[in-house]
Design a protein around this ligand. Structure first.
Ligand code: ADP
Ligand code: ZN
Length: 209
């Protein structure tokens, strides 16, 4: 299956995408992770993207589309993949149709208030990108990743001003994708309010292997 994961920032899509990708044994392709990796390694792409991402804006469609097109041309995507964080605009979705065949667009639905709570306490592993939440999903040892022992930090775009900005960007640019995929009969809604394990269960039930 070729999946798109849609939903506002903080819906838990990244965490779910990682788990679902393991379950199906297909790659989890997160444009946010790819950008952060490039920022960490100070590549040309990373330098271009850093200020935009820190402020909660969107990297240009042109750059992002090229990046995903290139990633989907790799052999490991042959048996399926999960696109997490792409497409994020209608032009990206239109471009994607030219080089990919999507089977389902899964929309993780949650209201803004819950988003602010979730992103406010979120911390991320510097090394593997795993997310934790200081209140709802704390790491076993404070400040350290359960999976790889890496140091946990608060992303610049999880600071309050950027969170508000990301929600506005989401409503204006990304939410229209819900109707875009509904009109193509590809949309599957999942309530993202419950705890991640529960949401993952619901996801698995909808897409039994
Ligand atoms: P979130 O936790 O908000 O879902 P991501 O990790 O998916 O965030 O992405 C972080 C940031 O990377 C976004 O706020 C945006 O600046 C940039 N980004 C990620 N995917 C895209 C995309 N498809 N188009 C443009 N910018 C993107
Ligand atoms: Zn880690």
């Amino acid at each position: 299956m070729n999946f798109i994961f849609l939903g506002p920032p903080g819906a838990g899509k990244g965490t779910l995408a990682k788990e679902a990708a393991k379950f199906y044994n297909i790659p989890h392709i997160s444009t946010g992770d790819i950008f952060r990796e490039n920022i960490k390694n100070q590549t040309e792409l990373g330098k271009k993207a850093k200020a935009i991402i820190d402020a909660g804006g969107l990297v240009s469609d042109e750059i992002t589309i090229d990046l995903v097109k290139d990633r989907l041309s790799k052999d490991d995507t042959k048996n399926g993949y999960i696109l997490d964080g792409f497409p994020r605009t209608i032009p990206q979705a239109e471009a994607l149709e030219k080089f990919a065949k999507i089977d389902a667009a899964v929309n993780f639905d949650i209201e803004d208030e819950a988003v602010v709570d979730r992103l406010g306490g979120r911390v991320c592993c510097k090394d593997c990108g795993q997310m934790f939440h200081v209140k709802t999903m704390p790491p076993k040892v404070a400040g350290k990743c359960d999976k790889c022992g890496g140091e946990l930090y608060t992303r610049d775009d999880d600071k309050p001003e950027s969170i508000q900005n990301r929600l506005v960007v989401y409503r204006n640019s990304t939410a229209p994708l819900i109707d875009f995929y509904r009109n193509k009969n590809l949309l599957v809604d999942i309530d993202a309010k419950p705890a991640p394990e529960k949401v993952l269960e619901i996801f698995k039930q909808k897409f039994a292997k």
